[in-house]
Design a binder for this molecule. Structure first.
Ligand code: NAI
Ligand code: MG
Length: 486
């Protein structure tokens, strides 16, 4: 069992308190590592290191230098891919094939921002005077980055890469459940050319390390991904010193199937939309809206396929669904399943699998509830597990009404062979991401973020870098005479 330290100011350190905690393998419910249990004083040390690194030179690093650092990080992730993917699976539970996908995506994210670093530029504005008016882009300063446990390395890459690209320094806190892959990547920061203190990794719990980090007066920007409740507390903490914020808070995304959709693709797309990554996906298509003429047939076909999803440890190559990340998350999902049984009908699943081999880990059966009313708890609250709520609808208007009747607005998908119908839906769906005849593909080139209570701001693409930049307006008077007013 590896005893990790955390990275502050280029040094591998313990928490000042000396406390550590165990990180679990969710497939076996056994500890796989220990990490420092950081508190407010460790966070303070990390933020001050970030501040010194920023003010002491990193803010003046050239765009080319920052770009090269990112390209080296990308190469490192690719070189270490197999090791990182295996560790990601051991720590998060997800099937190895999915970890491999994530690790590749993380490398691609570093590459993208490595290329973007030299393309971020300001503008010259046509003001009506003998002058030059410019808008310059500058890094905001020290960023606090709070990472969730569902895509540990990938979500870290989504936050590290644009911040380095923009020229910020940062303190990043992985989720307490899944710190391993980020700590492994951090071993290479120095050889990738990151000066000490530019990226600090602090391990700890939300209340004791996350809260002091977001409240720290020397932090200029917070990037958070996680639950709505914590998102709100982050926003409150940011108010005190008016920090810039971006929040990605998940959802209850509708996956909408019209009767004229390709049937095979529909069945597959509905299952993939909600069961990939054990359903621990912010954009999970957890509300499956099916038009009445195909409702019964599609439900039967989904159930038949869902029953054959192979549960097991993510390290087994035959596994299609791993355990949930933690005992707490398993219990949360099981609670929702009990609520669902009172609110709707169970078509398959609904609890823990009975296989003897799956009793120790945090496994939950892929579950399909049907005849769900959109007002039910299981149609309104984010479950973050392999639980699908199937809801029938009549026509386009009905589908739109149900789809948009949610406090969330992260993602939506619509399936039909009628492109006019698809485009009418695209225009009216209240979501930051809308897929047509697919659900979940995500690309670093394209913006990611939510409407309504799914968040604030956008990650990825140039939008992701903008979150770490601020604009300075510069006016240069080209007249050499006095103003002549007084
Ligand atoms: P959480 O929101 O508590 O944890 C996410 C991150 O925030 C972790 O790094 C955690 O340490 C940190 N955190 C927790 N409390 C904090 C605080 N007061 N100040 C600063 N940072 C804090 O999520 P949790 O409790 O692990 O999961 C509960 C539910 O949240 C899930 O069932 C799911 O619905 C949602 N969630 C959504 C995610 C998304 O991708 N949008 C990711 C993780 C959870
Ligand atoms: Mg929490």
């Amino acid at each position: 069992m590896h005893a990790y330290r955390m990275l502050i100011d280029g040094e591998w350190v313990e928490a000042r308190s000396g406390r550590t905690f165990e990180v679990m393998n969710p497939a076996t419910a056994e500890p796989m590592a220990t990490v420092p249990d950081a508190g407010a004083e460790d966070v303070d040390r990390a933020v001050k290191a970030g501040r010194r690194a920023f003010d002491g030179g990193w803010r003046d690093a050239t765009a080319q230098e920052r770009g090269r650092v990112l390209l080296r990080l990308a190469d490192t992730v690719r070189r270490e891919a197999q090791r990182l993917a295996t560790l990601e699976t051991l720590n998060s539970g997800k099937p190895l094939a999915e970890s491999e996908f994530d690790v590749n995506d993380a490398a691609t994210c570093f590459e993208y921002y490595g290329g973007l670093a030299t393309k971020l530029h300001g503008e010259v504005l046509p003001v009506p005077d003998n002058a030059l008016s410019m808008a310059l882009k500058e890094p905001v300063g020290v960023a606090a980055q709070i990472i969730p446990w569902n895509y540990p390395l990938l979500m870290a890459a989504w936050k590290l890469a644009p911040a380095i690209c923009a020229g910020c320094s940062m303190v990043i806190k992985p989720a307490e459940q899944t710190p391993v892959t980020l700590l492994e990547l951090a071993r290479f920061f120095e050889e990738c050319g990151l000066p000490k203190g530019v990226v600090n990794v602090v391990t700890g719990f939300g209340e004791t390390a996350g809260a002091p980090l977001v409240a720290h007066p020397q932090v200029d920007k917070i990037a958070f991904t996680g639950s709505v409740d914590v998102g709100k507390s982050v926003m409150r903490a940011a108010a005190e010193t008016l920090k810039k914020i971006s929040l990605e808070l998940g959802g209850k995304s509708p996956n909408i199937f019209f009767a004229d959709a390709d049937f095979e693709a529909a069945v597959d797309g509905a299952l993939f939309g909600v069961f990939v990554n054990q359903g621990e996906v912010c954009s999970a298509g957890s509300r499956v809206l099916v038009q009445k003429p195909i409702y019964k047939k599609m439900l039967d076909a989904m159930v038949e396929k869902a029953k054959r999803i192979k549960l097991g440890p993510g390290t087994d190559s035959s596994t299609k669904m791993g355990p949930l990340v933690s005992k707490a998350q398993m219990e949360r999902v099981l609670r929702y399943q009990e609520i669902g049984k009172r609110e709707a009908k169970v078509a398959t699943g609904g609890g823990r699998p009975s296989d003897a081999g799956l009793q120790r880990g945090y496994f939950v059966e892929p579950t399909i509830f049907y005849d769900v009313d959109n007002s039910a708890t299981i149609a309104r609250e984010e479950i973050f597990g392999p639980v699908m709520s199937v809801i029938p609808f009549e026509d386009e208007a009905d589908a739109l009404r149900i789809a948009n009747d949610t406090p969330y607005g992260l993602a939506a998908a619509v399936w039909s062979r009628d492109i006019f119908k698809c485009l009418r839906m695209v225009k009216k769906l209240q979501a930051g991401i809308v897929w047509v005849n697919h659900m979940q593909p995500t690309y670093v080139e394209a913006p990611w973020g939510g409407y309504k209570m799914s968040g604030i701001g956008r990650e990825l693409g140039p939008w992701g870098a903008e979150e770490y930049l601020q604009v300075k307006q510069v006016y240069i008077n080209l007249n050499e005479q006095p103003i002549g007013w007084y």
